[in-house]
Design a protein around this ligand. Structure first.
Ligand code: DNO
Length: 359
């Protein structure tokens, strides 16, 4: 069965503590990162060791890194990409020297995940992250941060760090010539360059799904559904080239049949993000509680599909609602993610028992 975990943003930054995570039943590991590292920077061994010691002192383990970010130079195929790839390879070796064998990353252009609202009210008065294409169409990407800042509880959303937003115009300029085909080729170039190291040191790469699964601000997106994923898996067939199967991201389009996508990726899923969303209409969705009945996804069928392909890697509940007055980074409070983890563990236990009883 899968190993339940929680994402933790580090002791200087996260409002959630390791001590709290340790008390969630069934959670023995975290997914974390060296917060503050810029894409393209080398991760030193002693920094990784210090992070590992913090986690271990609380009785938890590091199940993987989310993320070692890939630089824009690598994504656009700029001449300096080889230097960045060299540093990425060194980082992978340093992680492996500390016993870390799973790295999540994304290949989204300019922004990481995108939302138009960070505190959309649900009928139960909780707030969630939401996306509405009409609203996004009205946003000038340069004003993105100004539009959202008031809702972030003082946190910076991944991919929207101020140092990136001050150079947003340059970033868009960098991507001007990049289309779907060249972004795909640049991903393959990156993967082919790092795979020998991954194979030698046993580090699994887990590519995150684009969120949402369509082009935003006219930028190309290449990890949107089954076809894209198959193309990437086939282009670089090493088993170390794998996927972070994020159900929430895939669910931004109801055309994605998530249980089927999971089954089509047997042996290539290294990490799972499991959450639910409510599909409102094409281009409009909002996040929900993890429970199937609160959103549009059938979480039983999803966990069953993971079980059917024998997936045993780490899984984490994903964006939670803001509930019970908690003030945290949007999507990453303790309470609703802890609830989500227990629900998912319940589904897993039921599926395991049904199987062992031959039902
Ligand atoms: C959002 C996350 C993403 C993810 C990165 C992986 O909450 O799932 O920010 O961590 O795309 O690099």
């Amino acid at each position: 069965m899968m190993k339940m975990s929680l994402r933790w943003y580090g002791k200087e930054y996260d409002s959630v503590t390791l001590e709290q995570i340790r008390q969630i039943p069934g959670v023995e590991g975290v997914i974390t990162t060296l917060y503050g590292k810029q894409a393209g920077q080398l991760w030193q061994k002693d920094e990784i060791r210090a992070l590992k010691q913090d986690v271990q002192q609380s009785g938890l383990s590091i199940y993987g890194i989310e993320s070692v970010n890939v630089s824009d130079e690598i994504k656009v195929g700029a001449p300096q990409r080889d230097q960045d790839i060299e540093r990425y390879i060194e980082t992978l070796k340093n992680l492996s020297a500390e016993g870390i064998d799973l790295v999540c990353y994304n290949f989204m252009s300019v922004f990481d995940w995108t939302r138009s609202e960070l505190a959309k009210r649900r009928p139960d008065n909780s707030t969630v992250l939401a996306y509405d294409q009409d609203k996004v169409d009205k946003i000038n990407p340069e004003d993105m941060f100004a539009n959202l800042e008031s809702d972030t509880n003082g946190y910076v959303m991944p991919g929207w760090e101020p140092e990136r937003l001050t150079r947003i115009r340059d970033l868009f300029e960098m991507y001007r010539e990049v289309d779907h085909a060249s972004l795909f080729d640049n991903l393959v170039y990156f993967l082919k360059a790092i795979m020998p190291t991954c194979e030698r040191y046993g580090v699994k790469m887990a590519l995150h799904i684009d969120d949402p699964v369509w082009s935003v601000f006219g930028l190309p997106r290449i990890v949107k559904g089954q076809q894209d994923l198959q193309a990437i898996m086939q282009a670089v067939p090493s088993p170390y080239n794998g996927v972070t199967l994020c159900t929430g991201s895939l669910s931004s389009s109801p055309d994605n049949d998530i249980p089927q996508i999971i089954r089509s990726l047997e042996g290539r899923i290294h990490f799972a993000h499991v959450r639910n969303t409510e599909h409102v209409k094409p281009g409009v969705f909002q996040e929900s509680a993890h429970l199937s009945s609160d959103g549009s996804l059938d979480m039983y069928e999803i966990i069953k599909a993971f079980d059917d392909i024998g997936f045993e890697g780490p899984v984490r509940p994903d964006h939670g609602r803001a509930i019970w007055g908690e003030v945290a980074m949007p999507g990453y409070g303790l309470y609703d993610r802890a609830l989500g983890s227990q629900y998912l563990l319940g589904l897993m236990e039921a599926i395991e028992k049904q199987k062992s009883r031959g039902q």
